[in-house]
Design a protein around this ligand. Structure first.
Ligand code: FNR
Length: 365
């Protein structure tokens, strides 16, 4: 794995290996993919302002997230159907997270079940991503299973009343390869969801999502689980406040990897206003979307994120080398972040304050 020096190397290698159907599914964003590009470009518009001669003696990246100690402020976002990337899919990804002391989030739409992932990585800090279904019993069962299997939090995806339009998937008539299944659904529901007769890809799952959902449903979720709930997919400060007032314990600023609605802001752009809006509440704010370097992580931390997640980079690692590939991805980011915090003169996470980053426009006045 040593030949891969950057996440870009892993991405290029993965794209060269993956079959077209899976490659397009993983890499696509919604419609024109403007926001997909913006998620990256917005990081590039920020500058780090290093401090000199701070008397560097040590460097510590560890922090706590919802009370759990993690080795660095980086976690893995939920991405669906990881066995298309590697035969061990989600289980390999979770094992790499376990070995690295970082959070792994399992997608509901996974090709490995909650129980398989728990067995493969019993000591990983695992979160479960949830959609709320029309059939509340399906939701309740998933929650109960995740809780029983030792998952530590629920990432409730709030940006998906229905799935975004991804043109490549429409062109490819994307479906899950026949040898794989959506492993978290059982009984009659499984037959319905895993039916391959429907060539419109995930429309079987899409039809099950409750489009009438409001923030009132958080109260119901809280009544059936003790796990903290993180609202995943927040892009507005008023929604962040609504989520917290409805009972959510964390905010994940996310545009779903630019896969839902094209033309929405990049996540790093909206992070400061969301952090500001919730500063008087006792909640953690996280971010995902377009993070591919240690300096990206650093910029998000400076602008107030407690932790940053990556989605696609873990898939590229998986495709290239299974657990070893994800391990390589995490190690590259760890090394880059370590290097950044030291050269920037802020060797602990607490040192990374807002003044460490400026927008490029500050310099062009
Ligand atoms: C996703 N994402 C996602 N989110 C979610 O809540 N449930 C899911 O099942 C999925 N599935 C999924 C599949 C694929 C292929 C991608 C790329 C993304 C969104 C994901 O959790 C995360 O928000 C983004 O991936 C973050 O952006 P980057 O790191 O991929 O740029």
């Amino acid at each position: 794995m040593e030949k891969y020096i950057s996440l870009k190397d892993l991405e290029e290698a993965a794209l060269a290996i993956l079959p077209k159907n899976a490659r397009d599914y993983y890499k696509s964003g919604a419609t024109d993919e403007y926001t997909l590009a913006e998620n990256r470009r917005a990081f590039q518009r920020l500058r780090i302002c290093p401090k000199c001669l701070v008397g560097l003696t040590s460097c510590n990246l560890s922090t706590t997230i919802l009370g759990e100690k993690v080795s660095m402020p980086l976690g893995i976002s939920p991405t669906a159907m990881q066995r298309m990337a590697h035969p061990e899919g989600e289980t390999a990804n979770a094992r790499a997270a376990q070995a690295n002391g970082v959070i792994y989030t399992l997608s509901t739409i996974a090709t490995s079940s909650i129980e398989e992932v728990a067995k493969a990585a019993p000591n990983a800090i695992k979160w479960f991503q949830l959609y709320i279904y029309n059939d509340r019993e399906v939701t309740r069962t998933l929650l109960t299973r995740a809780e029983k299997a030792g998952f530590k939090a629920i990432a409730l995806t709030v940006d998906t009343p229905l799935f975004g339009l991804r043109r490549a998937d429409i062109r490819n008539k994307f479906t899950l390869p026949k040898h794989l299944k959506l492993a978290n659904f059982d009984g009659q529901l499984a037959t319905k969801i895993n039916s391959t007769e429907d060539s419109s890809g995930l429309s079987n799952v899409d039809n099950l999502l409750d489009k009438s959902l409001t923030w009132n449903e958080i109260k119901w979720l809280k009544s059936i689980t003790k796990l903290p709930i993180v609202a995943k997919g927040i892009l507005r400060s008023d929604d962040a406040v609504r989520a917290i007032e409805a009972g959510c314990d964390g905010i994940l600023v996310s545009n779903h990897g630019a896969r839902q609605l094209d033309g929405v802001p990049s996540t790093i752009e909206v992070l400061p206003e969301i952090v500001e809006a919730v500063k008087n509440y006792n909640v953690e704010v996280y971010l995902d979307g377009g993070v591919t370097t240690g300096t990206d992580i650093y910029k998000a931390l400076a602008l107030g994120a407690k932790m940053v997640f990556v989605g696609r980079p873990a898939i590229w690692g998986l495709a290239v080398g299974g657990e070893a590939g994800v391990d390589r991805m995490l190690n590259i980011l760890r090394q880059e972040l370590q290097n950044t915090v030291q050269i920037a003169g802020t060797p602990t996470i607490a040192d990374i304050t807002k003044d460490m980053v400026r927008h490029e426009s500050t310099y062009s006045r």
